[in-house]
Write a protein that binds this ligand. Structure first.
Ligand code: GRF
Length: 208
């Protein structure tokens, strides 16, 4: 029942786990991972979600890698792709096949502190260096560039005077774990429209 979601992840996978555990109107059907040593693979095994290690390096060419990913996504009737710490650019053929159906989570308030090179602790270090008093998390649709697609949801967190990049990352991460499932629930409820690259969220009614 509900949307069939594929999660793409490369790292520790705490967002992957949150997406699996908090799913109500969608189901995480599979994990695509591009790093054989990634911690997210252990989480997938424990949560009993099938994982697929796929990367251009494993396939020897970008073309056959993209063919394999698209075959898998179509075979599994995937409705939506959730990028949860996926440290590679999604090839444009996949973006084209899943127009408006790929979401990413970013650990800052986009459009600030986003773009190529802004990932992991680099984001939080940049926020601290800029002496920001707040940061947060953003869920956005994925387009051909890094972190520029239409924003679906954002949530702020305070930055404390004594924060390190680790303490800030932990505070942002706990918000991410709520925000990403919430964003997918909005889509599953049919409450999200994108027009001219702007997202509208249709208010909740009893019919939904
Ligand atoms: C998160 O901070 C997410 O915003 C970013 O990558 C990190 C992934 O963390 N895109 P995890 O692997 O889900 O724990």
């Amino acid at each position: 029942m509900g949307l069939r979601v594929a999660v793409f992840a490369s790292g520790g996978g705490s967002n992957f786990q949150a997406l699996v555990e908090r799913a109500r109107q969608y189901r995480v059907v599979l994990l695509v991972c591009n790093r054989p040593q990634a911690g997210v693979l252990d989480r997938a095994e424990k949560l009993d979600i099938p994982s697929h290690i796929l990367s251009p390096r494993i396939f020897g060419s970008e073309t056959s890698y993209v063919d394999a990913v698209l075959d898998l996504l179509h075979k599994e009737n995937i409705d939506l792709i959730a990028l949860a710490g996926y440290l590679s650019k999604v090839p444009s053929r996949i973006i084209g096949a899943f127009q408006g159906r790929i979401l990413n989570i970013h650990p800052a308030l986009l459009p600030r502190f986003g773009g190529k090179g802004f990932y992991g602790s680099r984001v939080h270090k940049a926020v601290l260096e800029a002496k920001e008093t707040s940061s947060g998390a953003t869920v956005h649709f994925v387009d051909e560039e890094y972190d520029t697609g239409p924003i679906l949801l954002q949530k702020k967190v305070p930055v404390h005077a004594d924060d390190t990049s680790d303490s800030l990352a932990a505070r942002v991460l706990s918000v991410e774990h709520q925000l990403f499932p919430e964003a997918i629930h909005l889509i599953a409820q049919g409450r999200v429209r994108i027009q001219n690259r702007r997202v509208t969220i249709i208010p909740h009614t009893d019919d939904h």
